[in-house]
Design a protein around this ligand. Sequence first.
Ligand code: OVM
Length: 399
Amino acid sequence: MNETAAVPELDIDPYAPENLLHPYPMHERMREAGAVVRLSPYPSVMACARHEQVHAVLNDHATFISSAGVGLTNFRTEKPFRPPSLILEADPPHHTATRAILSRILSPKTVMQIRATFAAEADALVERCVAKGEIDGIHDLAQPYPLKVFPDAVGLDGEGRENLLLYGDLVFNSMGPRNELLARSAERVGPVTQWIMDHCQRAQLRPGGFGDQIYQAAEAGEITMEQAPMLVRSFLSAGVDTTINGIGNALYSLAQHPGEYARLHGDPALARPAFEEALRWESTAQTFYRTAVRATEIAGVPVQENTKVLCMLAAANRDPRKWPDPDRYDITRRPVGHMAFGSGIHGCVGQAIARLEGEVVLSALARRVKRIELTGEPTRRLNNTLRALETLPLRLIPA
Ligand code: OVM
């Protein structure tokens, strides 16, 4: 093939229920078809599923911009479903100040300060799960844990937190097409959007919490007072549904691999690499888009100005060009370079907190539970962007 050869076109809809349920055969077809492919249901999109090209696109933020939206919708020609995020859906120079603020609030130093609290909550919740014996891994563990620790750290009070689940589901569905999934989650959300915006106000946020720290940055002149609630909105959009599913997917990964769980139980210090490998193996955020701001190329394939480029993070995370035996869940792999948190200047700003949450939950489990057994078929919650479980029936056998 030369550089002007036609781009392979596949009759694949990444948002069709069968592909959301079982994405891996689709990922392989996309990776093997070419470095860049087209998908016939979305004729204007170009898609990358190999690690090298996904990494290249995400690390050229000057060419592949985020301000036109990081979903299928092109904000230059279509109306965003909500006012754009000041960090996710922004480019430098606008992105720079907001990123610096969130990066400071969610820094390694913060992780050191919150670690003991986050670990104690994980120990207590795992203890309650062990007492139950038979649990739903999602409703009894993966969901209540982030829903407790993260909004506590942001500084929200206890009431109405389930609203964060409905809102997160909508935000991540909104990055796909206007399909049934989006319509149904928009229906369910109703007054929740107003609840979210109300809870971005300073009066709702405990002094000293992550939310209040954004207002402090506004007082210091780093952003305007009008921008502050919008940046708190990013915490409430991206901070809960992501970690719930990261933890849920890690529990499911371990439940499917009793040998790997046994290694984790034998050495609880493997909690962190076991979580990291679960992020690679079952990436929570499956996809993000960028938009070509000018005519360019990817792997020699011409890309026209204003093209939406679909980056298949989850496919890149199982690319055999990058990972030996990519479909194997191996908790000692240490998967440096996985893109479950994205890559480049937009790489997940909360990843240190996400890793802390995953680590302390798996560590509590490793210390307290000898074996975890699936007691039935898990069910999925389909979402246009997230790989999510609805239920995960488990039996915990205490150590
Ligand atoms: C935001 C936001 C929303 C969803 C995801 C995300 C993965 C950020 O509102 O800034 O990052």
